[in-house]
Design a protein around this ligand. Sequence first.
Ligand code: ATP
Ligand code: MG
Length: 806
Amino acid sequence: RGQAAHALLEGLNAEQRAAVTLPAEHALILAGAGSGKTRVLTTRIAWLLQTGQVSPGGVLAVTFTNKAAREMQARLAAMLPLNARGMWMGTFHGLANRLLRTHWKAAGLPQSFQVLDVQDQLAAIKRLCKQFNVDEERWPARQLQWFINGCKEEGLRPPDVPVKDADSRRKVELYELYEQQCQREGVADFGELMLRSYELLRDHADLRGHYRQRFAHILIDEFQDTNRLQYAWIKMLAGLPQAGAHPGEPSPERTGGTIMAVGDDDQSIYAFRGARVGNMADFVREFGVRHQIKLEQNYRSHGHILHAANLLISHNQRRLGKNLRTALGAGEPVRVLQAPSDFAEAEWVVDEIRHLVREGGLPRQQIAVLYRSNAQSRAIESQLFNAGVPYRVYGGLRFFERAEIKHALAWLRLLLNPADDTSFLRVVNFPPRGIGARTLEQLQDAARAAHAPLHQAVPALTGRARANLAAFTGLIATLRQQAQGQTLDQVVELVVEGSGLADHYRAEKDGQERLENLQELASAAQAFAQQEGFGRDAVALPPAAPQMDAGMEAGLPAEMDAQAAPASEPAAGEPPLAAFLTHAALEAGDNQAQAGQDAVQLMTVHASKGLEFEAVFITGLEEGIFPHDNAQASPDGLEEERRLMYVAITRARQRLYLSHAQVRMLHGQTRYNVRSRFLDEMPDEALKWLTPKNPGRSLAEDETFGSAGRRFGLNAGPNAGLNAGLGERAWRPMPDAARAAALPSATANTREGAPIRAGMQVFHNKFGEGAVLEIQGTADDAKARIEFKRHGVKLLALAVAQLTPL
Ligand code: ATP
Ligand code: MG
């Protein structure tokens, strides 16, 4: 037994070993990324078990994600012959849920209570607001949701919430009504799981005593991102007398197990959700922590990568301060690419991925593409999909599976096929138009009786129900009329606006991201039309709704109809809108089947915490995107963005690629972004620019400019890549853009090389024909304001716009 236990320590460094073998006392391990914190935590559990200090039932381990819990379980199973399943190992929410399932009665919940996810919760709040005639303008449901969750995270029930004025009194009232509704319906939201289980222990001395005795060892990963309630929950389990509960006197109650918390202040990235880095200091103080261990050896990343991370994070002022070294050698430099567009960026990423897989022999699942916000994934997903590279999107739905996108697609489907009842039901009351469940029941009954699709059964109803439904079907008819003769992306925009979806999300305090995704859908449609060669073709909708006459005889349930058509191939000859809807269905559905397959991993930086990959791409390194616009206002916000970047960089083991695009179609808008300041906060010697770092300089100048010029020279030639090693291949479009940038006038990058002047007629790949209104700026900064016939006025950078004079 002793031998087996000592085998666990093999390969650990002295500090790690010290941490694993600490006596049963509270401890904090504060250490940087990749220093083995999670490994120490896992090994500690194995050590405690192996040396007989605890049985599996005596361990409570908290991880940040379910995935991390599964991984920890797998690692433990590999280390030990015991059944690791008996252990309480999971996320805070998962563990809270387990407590409540076990003690549902004491917790005052029905045995089969249901958990509400964030979307369900919002829907529940909306329903409540409607029932109590809450003025949506004044108390938007989103805001109430945020308020309620915030209260719960602070451990506050309605009577505990401080009331300042009439407004906050109303909010507290609604909080209380919401609680009653949840209780009545037997549901619990995420915050409720935590708070309810906390109260369960607080209010039941017997249970509290039981668990305090039971969990001799409590281990918490990613401690820097715990919020107030989570820390209070831990304290309840570990038996620290509540502050103020017994002032001055020691608690007569037995204290609980010992806590080992591991964390990294530099990786605190959930402040916006209530995480408190201060929990670390509180923990040390309140528990009188005597063991604080630092780990400084990084085992994950090669030198250049770590060097880049260290220097970047040193720009933050608020740090506890620590450094990391690696013994892995410098490794490959960090590759940096400036792409002319987001499309080109995605192309490069996918190209590079294929190369890494083919020549580098990397399994796809060892490659991650990271981005700051979900909307950015679309361009990359689309390229991966086209290239037939299996991929998997984590943390957040795939683009076409998001609720707002599904709503918009449902509206689009109804334009093509009013008999698509699934889509009908999805949006008949979304955005809300006063059509209730009762009306829909009547409608469904009538449709069933007539064997007709829902929209045909509308005349069978009476009164207000009929009027409301007729308004809906009328709107669809109007939209389809308006859609005639428009291009695909115009139709998407038309529907997003005309259906009221855009206004609906505009009115929501937190509808911004959904609104952006809807705009992104128009970008997706445009890109799709481009790719499929539809160009600016008008969508062809059947002149009148064919089902109006044919529906009855066809006798097919609408859903079958809707599904039978698209089949698996995006058939040639499908008109643009139908083809696009097929594409959306395929892209959403296909990858699900590939979930178990060796696939490239796509995720936001937030979702990548704690993970590691052989190769990592961080895309969209542009001001306003990463660091995000929202964060720029405050120094705290910027520091959190920088920590986020630090997390992203330190996911990489061998290879790190950073990219930014000069032009980006995001949220339906063309944006010209400056490269992220983070790129300039990393050490030059660790980076390798695949495109010139400062393309503003002329070629000659660049050449005399030392390393930047050499870098450029090395990669600019058309064949540079053939001789270069993995990842050193030149990026095709670059020489063009670079050449253009070096030219002194606004003649840059026209196809024919002719100068672009105001008054000229030009053709653009995406936007088609237009008239140049004016030229702004000079040389490589020159931009043209162009009025496109079909797309209105755009401001395009001449260096990248690829205009052809007509
Ligand atoms: P993060 O802050 O990103 O969560 P971490 O500090 O939790 O990182 P781990 O994930 O535990 O770090 O470890 C990083 C990598 O280093 C893992 O692959 C782990 O197996 C490896 N590692 C840790 N310690 C050692 C060691 N002593 N010898 C060899 N490899 C190690
Ligand atoms: Mg970790």
